[in-house]
Design a protein around this ligand. Structure first.
Ligand SMILES: CC(C)(COP(=O)(O)OP(=O)(O)OC[C@H]1O[C@@H](n2cnc3c(N)ncnc32)[C@H](O)[C@@H]1OP(=O)(O)O)[C@@H](O)C(=O)NCCC(=O)NCCS
Length: 159
C-alpha cells in the first residue's frame, strides 16, 4: 500500500469510487482537475496487489486506488475534502493515514485551522474526525442537496 500525491492520471480510476461512495454528491472529473490545477493537496493510497472491494478495479498502471482525499487551503484556513476509502479497504487505518497526512500538510502550509463538513448521519466519519480533535462548531441545513441531509461543520485549531 503506497500513499502518494494524487495526480491527473489517477482521476479516471477514482471516479467509480467517488460515485459509489458519494452517490449524487459525487464530484465530477472537472472538480478534481480544478482542485489539482489550483495547487491543492490531494493524496491517493494505491494498492499494488489484487483489487479488493467492488470498486477497487485496477487502473492502467496495474495498481488500484484504495483511498483518497484532499486538503485545500487559503491563508490561515484549510479544508479537508471528500475522504473516501473503498469499502473493501475500510477499518484498516487508511482513513487515519489520510487525515494525519492532510493535517501535516495543513501545518506545513501554516494554516491555523482545518475545517470540514460531515453528514449528521455519518457516524464512522464523525468518530474518525473526533479522534483527531475536530469539534463541531455549526450545522449547515440541507447541505447535501440530493437527500436534504444536514452537515456538521467541524474545525480543528492547529497550534
Ligand atoms: C469514514 C471513512 C473515511 C473511514 O475510513 P477507514 O479507513 O475505514 O477508517 P480507519 O480504519 O482509519 O478508522 C479510524 C477510526 O474511524 C472510526 N471509524 C471508522 N469506521 C467506523 C465505523 N464503521 N464505525 C465506527 N467507527 C468507525 C473509528 O474511530 C476508527 O478507529 P478504530 O478503528 O481504532 O476504532 C470510510 O468509512 C469511508 O470512506 N466512508 C465513506 C465516505 C465518507 O464518509 N467520507 C467522509 C466524508 S466527510
Amino acid at each position: 500500500m503506497r500513499l502518494e500525491r494524487l495526480r491527473w492520471w489517477h482521476i479516471e480510476d477514482l471516479l467509480p469510487i467517488e460515485r459509489e461512495v458519494f452517490g449524487a454528491e459525487a464530484w465530477s472529473p472537472a472538480m478534481f482537475w480544478s482542485e489539482l490545477a489550483a495547487g491543492h493537496h490531494y493524496l491517493v493510497v494505491l494498492d499494488g496487489g489484487a483489487a479488493v472491494g467492488s470498486s477497487g478495479d485496477e487502473g492502467a498502471s496495474g495498481e488500484s486506488v484504495a483511498a483518497y482525499g484532499g486538503l485545500s487551503s487559503s491563508g490561515e484556513d484549510a479544508w479537508i475534502n471528500n475522504i473516501a476509502v473503498v469499502p473493501g479497504y475500510r477499518r484498516r487505518g487508511l482513513g487515519r493515514l489520510l487525515v494525519e497526512a492532510l493535517l501535516a500538510e495543513a501545518a506545513r502550509r501554516e494554516a491555523r485551522r482545518v475545517a470540514l463538513e460531515v453528514a449528521v448521519d455519518n457516524g464512522p466519519a464523525q468518530r474518525l474526525y473526533d479522534a483527531y480533535g475536530f469539534k463541531q462548531i455549526g450545522l449547515r441545513r440541507g447541505y447535501y442537496q440530493s437527500t436534504g441531509t444536514d452537515a456538521l461543520v467541524m474545525i480543528k485549531e492547529l497550534s
